[in-house]
Design a protein around this ligand. Sequence first.
Ligand code: ZN
Length: 333
Amino acid sequence: MSGIHLQHLHPPFELAKGKTLSRFLHYLPGPCVFHIPGKNRSQCRIIVTLLHGNEPSGLKALHRLLNEDFIPEVETKFIIASVAAAKTEPLFSHRMLPGQADLNRCFGKDIKDLQHQLAQAIEAQIRGFSPQAVVDMHNTSGSGPAFCVSTQATEQHLALASHFSHRMILTPIRLGAIMEQELGGPIITVEAGGAQDEVADRVAYNGLISFLSAKDVFVSKQHVEQLKMPRRVELSEGCDIAYADVPLADKAVTLHKDIEKYNFGETPEGTALGWINNNNLNALSLDGDANLLTRWFRVERNQLMTKCPLKLFMITTNADIAKSDCLFYVVED
Ligand SMILES: [Zn+2]
């Protein structure tokens, strides 16, 4: 049993009504569950958001829905996770608090620290609701279009994704994320777009209206393109990275400052992505699979080039995130 308890919030939600977003955030008591009554009380849909404190689109959508007295089709629970990280100044700038583990890498693990206990409490709470469907709402760190992520591509998962985006990434990678867990109903992760982008807030809000208003949530809203089996390009141990227009002598890897422009687009064979000081691929690793790395990339006169047509996504230009998470995801185009 987890030692962390989620706070429960019920109507009339005075903490949100007529309040600014930052006021609303400050009134949140910590990790909590909003219980929003639906027209049909026999089913339940769940939204988990703010697993990362710097990804506000889901919370902004909740704030707006509460202010509009939105009535969902079925019982709706919003689980708000990393409240303390989000509240830490500057607001919505901390993925997690310094020194803590990334909450969305803590699911499904039997570890006793606070972040893992919070993950366990959220998981247990979701299972307790016996949800029809679960949506885990995020933002990407860089700018870019919305997409969904799932570990399964059943009709149900694709239909859930179709409320939010026409793209779904099907990933076999296991990191300890909530979407990898067995929760009693299908779960997808939604990446609404960049945390700073207004369009991401609209995607989150409109998608949630669609998801929560649907009589049958598993009726598809649009065709969803699947991107299968992406790999993560990571920095090797001890290597540093920067983003610039010229190679930096003191960094193992320098990527072009505008590398985000390749997000979900086509990256043809022979595209120069940046520079590698040592003139080989040792500074990079690809989910530990060196064979794919050398099939997809080469280094020529210190330039990092694509060796075949690729599709890159979730590209970051934040060196800290590149170092602690990954540079980007990639599939063969
Ligand atoms: Zn996130």
